[in-house]
Design a protein around this ligand. Structure first.
Ligand code: ADP
Length: 222
């Protein structure tokens, strides 16, 4: 493919706006607000669940690598057990990533292609690990959902029913939110009320529409 063709290909694809945050900073909440405004969302967590469903090749590779013990009685992947293994074992984590990442990438490209063909000029890629996986350069811009650390921890304890120590352990296993905020093109501060966050989303949505065009799906401003 010539450089010109590659440039044209890129132009015809929906632009990717990354959406990330820290655990329980409110990424899913904000993503849902954008979705309600008609923005097309590609959800990395959803993709990572779909590709390990029964009958999918990634699940077979995981069983070949880690053993049948990782399956629940009904044949579904025991995600909790797998999570425990990779949490403390870096080699296992890398082996799992080697299985999952190509599949996630391929599914993402397929979805983006489809959304582009449907006429979407931009989409939101909702993913917890954009910065950890160094994917921010693939994005036209990055939205980071920030939150006051104490409020973030309290919401995490509440949502996941965790003790303070357990919650802190999860927070410590991720990149600090401040590191992500430093890379953000747009910040949604979700430390306040849901209404206050919704207002910030509305404002940013209008800005993104001015920059990249209105979304294809109907929204409340149509
Ligand atoms: P993430 O997707 O970043 O892990 P969630 O969107 O699931 O975070 O939010 C974490 C928890 O905090 C959820 O229980 C959610 O309902 C709650 N929450 C999110 N934003 C707010 C807010 N502005 N005010 C009160 N609770 C919130």
């Amino acid at each position: 493919m010539s450089t010109e063709q590659a440039h044209f290909e890129e132009l015809s694809h929906a632009k990717i706006i990354g959406l990330t945050g820290g655990i329980a900073s409110g990424k899913s909440t904000i993503s849902a607000y954008f979705g309600a405004l008609g923005v097309s969302i590609i959800d990395a967590d959803l993709i990572s669940r779909e590709i390990v469903a029964q009958g999918e090749p990634a699940l077979e590779s995981i069983v070949a690598q880690f053993g049948k013990d990782l399956l629940l009685k009904d044949g579904e992947l025991n995600r909790e057990k797998l999570g425990e293994i990779i949490f403390s074992d870096e080699v296992a984590r890398e082996a799992l990533n080697a299985i999952l990442h190509p599949q996630i990438g391929a599914t993402f490209m397929k979805r983006r292609e489809q959304l582009s063909q449907e006429g979407n000029r931009w989409l939101i890629y909702d993913a917890a690990l954009i910065v950890e996986n160094n994917l921010q350069d693939l994005c036209e811009g990055l939205i980071v959902v920030s939150c006051d650390p104490d409020i973030q921890k309290a919401r995490l304890m509440d949502r996941n029913n965790l003790s303070s120590i357990e919650a802190q352990k999860r927070l410590d296993s991720q990149f600090q939110l401040s590191k992500k905020v430093a890379l953000a093109d747009w910040i949604i501060d979700n430390s306040g009320s849901l209404a206050a966050s919704q207002k910030q989303v509305d404002k940013l949505f209008r800005e993104l529409c001015l920059l990249f065009g209105k979304p294809k799906a109907k929204n409340e401003y149509d």
